[in-house]
Design a protein around this ligand. Structure first.
Ligand code: XIL
Length: 359
């Protein structure tokens, strides 16, 4: 019964996809953007433009912001992929051992579905934002393996069929390419990564399973570590579908010029890639020159993804400076996103549009 429904809706999706492709080819706006009143003379959304290249354009969001209706209007119309910024993390979903709380993730999934948006789910295994019951005591390997397995199976089962992908393991490596000494690594050894991927795959065989990290945009020791790990996991038949490059960039550190080559080498391993948490911060105050450079960087990131066949899309780590995480985490820095604090589009927004072939 359930399977028939799923097969039917998949067939309907295929049909809708074909229809959309024909309409896109004919220059007619379709999908959520069309419903949101994108008619003649109205520019296509970033999502529609990205879809014309077979990519998505996503944004992270977070539950407290969802009461801001001007914010949710743009979130619902401009993007076709949503990442919950916090609501699916371990501290939020299993606040007490064995007691699950899906409310925040569910709220975002519901909102996304209303707007025909898909979900990049984030994240199952990470050293940060863990619940106190987990960090507050020592675990034997057997205990921690069982805790990790239960958490992954419960969460991935809960969202089974509702999400496009999972960031299964987040930030597993140090800058020099050695394993980060997290509680998981120290207690279970490097095998926790393959285990996590296998458990996630068991719980939702259709979700795309990712490893995700920052500072792996350029070719270097840290991205080399991912390359080696991904190659090894693939060779061993571990279910890994993609590598997510967070792309939290900062003007003062320079643009990762080898990004495109880096994306391409993962493609050649048979993996998808995605830019998963894009923002381009700067030392405040912002000025015209910095905003222009930032715009160029956003365009370059977009162009790099379009140039590599298996780069599936870009997600900005929220879309407006009103809700960016940067000022709180990098004091003195900010203005990192394509829309400003008043929800007005910045030069970066127009540069992304142009890179996506929009006028
Ligand atoms: C950030 C959130 O945006 C903040 O609200 C939270 O306080 C801390 O985490 N890399 C990641 C994301 O993988 O989960 C982080 O999100 C940003 C860095």
């Amino acid at each position: 019964m359930r399977n028939t429904t799923r097969t039917r809706s998949r067939a309907r999706l295929r049909l809708a996809g074909t229809l959309a492709a024909v309409l896109v080819a004919a220059g007619v706006a379709t999908g959520p953007a069309a419903h949101a009143g994108q008619g003649h003379g109205t520019p296509l959304t970033l999502a529609r433009l990205a879809e014309q290249h077979g990519r998505y354009f996503g944004s992270a969001t977070d539950n407290p912001e969802l009461t801001d209706s001007a914010y949710t209007a743009l979130l619902g119309s401009e993007f076709d992929m949503i990442t919950p910024g916090n609501g699916m993390k371990w501290y939020a979903t299993e606040p007490q051992q064995g007691v699950y709380d899906w409310s925040q993730g569910d709220e975002i999934v519901r909102l996304a579905r209303q707007h025909h948006q898909r979900i990049r789910a984030h994240t199952l295994v990470w050293h940060s934002q863990l619940p106190d019951w987990l960090t507050g005591r020592d675990w034997t390997a057997d205990e921690l393996r069982s805790v990790l397995k239960k958490h992954i199976l419960a969460e991935v089962r809960h969202y089974r069929g509702k999400v496009y992908s999972w960031d299964v393991v987040n930030e597993a490596f140090n800058e020099d390419g050695t394993y980060r000494e997290t509680v998981f690594y120290k207690t279970l050894g490097p095998g926790y990564i393959a285990d996590a991927l296998r458990w996630a795959h068991r719980a939702d065989p259709h979700a795309k399973l990712y490893l995700n990290d920052y500072n792996i945009e350029a070719v270097g020791p840290k991205s080399d570590a991912y390359y080696a790990l991904a190659k090894d996991l693939k060779a061993r038949g571990v279910p890994l579908d993609g590598v997510g490059l967070q792309a939290h960039l900062a003007l003062q550190y320079g643009y990762p010029a080898t990004l495109e080559d880096n994306l391409r080498r993962f493609s050649r391993l048979g993996l998808d890639t995605a830019l998963t948490e894009v923002d381009v911060r700067m030392l405040l105050p912002a000025d015209e020159a910095k905003l222009a450079t930032q715009a160029q960087w956003y365009a370059d990131l977009t162009t790099a993804c379009l140039a590599v066949r298996r780069c599936v899309g870009l997600t900005v780590w929220d879309y407006t400076d009103r809700y960016s995480w940067i000022p709180a985490f990098f004091p003195g820095e900010g203005a990192a996103l394509p829309w400003d604090e008043r929800l007005a589009p910045k030069p970066a927004y127009f540069a992304i549009r142009e890179a996506l072939g929009g006028r």
